[in-house]
Design a protein around this ligand. Structure first.
Ligand code: ATP
Length: 315
């Protein structure tokens, strides 16, 4: 049976606003999500047994049932028991290029790749919306990771509206390899500190959610106005992560002294990104910030925004 090598890109938030609580315990979010070219490689093939096997080259990533890629395979086995009985289990090999627990949705991307990969090796013929529905059962970011590009995400992040793709913007990602931020911690802390200001009225939540479609950032994206985009990027979670991790705040300050379109923390952090007009400019900014901070734990990636979700790579 065929095996597939899938490219699973990282994700950043161009905006992240927390507007309220949901009855299911999650937050009501209004976000603009964006794929970047930095990607993990997820190989998937049939196993000789009914088992699901995970191999990963990164020591901080679990290879058991707690791996999101494992849970994606398990969901496919449960959803299509007859096909599973016929084809057997899968072997999943993950080559990690995306930093772990970085606010870049690395695990979510791996899970999205497994859904797409099993759809291929089992010849299920699932459509994009069907894959999105399965993905939403696993995690809020996973539907976006399936399709990628540039999208408005609302609800708990699983309701997607694709918008104009952004091409030709370069990005520097920077992360301390000795700092990681727990996503649940970031959201819980935000609730503790800012919960009083949440919108309670469902009608107001709906109108606040609808307003994103005509927001200045969405207009700037439609006009491919990179200068405006750089000025308008926004992330509520900086308010809780920066006081707890001052180095992350200093990293953003260092980027903001450089010739960048804009700089911000991605998702729940601690990765900070900066947008640039050209590769040369991105490399120069990276070098300048590296010299300014001079910490061996600070790692950089220079890459581009991407229009792609999960793609089939070279087997
Ligand atoms: P998000 O932005 O979606 O919150 P993240 O980029 O901050 O995600 P991940 O890299 O997905 O974080 O990892 C978060 C935790 O999930 C890690 O500490 C790791 O132990 C666990 N994990 C489970 N499966 C994976 C996976 N396939 N890849 C990376 N981490 C995984």
């Amino acid at each position: 049976m065929q095996s597939y090598s899938l490219i699973a890109p990282a994700k950043i938030n161009l905006s992240l606003e927390i507007i309220g609580d949901r009855p299911d315990g999650f937050h009501e979010l209004v976000m603009i999500l964006q794929s970047v070219e930095l990607a993990d490689i997820v190989e998937i093939q049939a196993s000789d047994t009914q088992e699901i096997y995970i191999h990963c080259d990164h020591r901080e990533v679990p290879c058991d049932r707690t791996n999101l890629a494992y849970r994606a395979a398990e969901l496919m086995c449960q959803t299509f028991p007859e096909v599973y009985a016929n084809y057997g289990g899968v072997v999943i090999k993950i080559k990690k290029n995306i930093p772990v627990a970085a606010g870049l949705a690395g695990g979510s991307g791996n899970a999205a790749a497994v859904l797409v990969g099993i759809n291929l090796i089992w010849n299920l013929g699932l459509t994009r919306p069907e894959l999105h529905d399965l993905a939403a059962k696993l995690g809020s970011d996973i539907p976006f990771c399936v399709s990628g590009g540039t999208a408005i995400a609302t609800g708990r992040g699983e309701k997607l509206d694709s918008i104009e793709d952004l091409a030709d913007i370069w990005i520097i990602l920077a992360k301390y390899d000795n700092i990681s931020v727990s996503t649940p911690w970031a959201y819980q802390t935000y609730r503790q500190q800012y919960g009083d200001s949440y919108i309670k009225d469902p009608t107001q939540i709906n109108s606040r959610t609808a307003a994103i479609h005509s927001s200045p950032l969405v207009k700037a994206i439609a006009h491919k106005d990179s200068t405006e985009i750089g000025k308008l990027i926004y992330n509520d979670l900086e308010k809780v992560v920066f006081p707890e991790y001052p180095q992350v705040a200093e990293l953003k300050s260092a980027f903001s002294t450089q010739d960048v379109l804009g700089t911000m923390m991605s998702g729940s952090g601690p990765t900070v990104f900066a947008l640039c007009d050209s590769e040369n400019s991105a490399i120069a900014v990276k070098q300048a910030v590296k010299t300014l901070i001079n910490d061996p734990h600070l790692k950089f990636w220079v890459t581009k925004l991407s229009n792609n979700g999960i793609q089939i790579g070279d087997s």
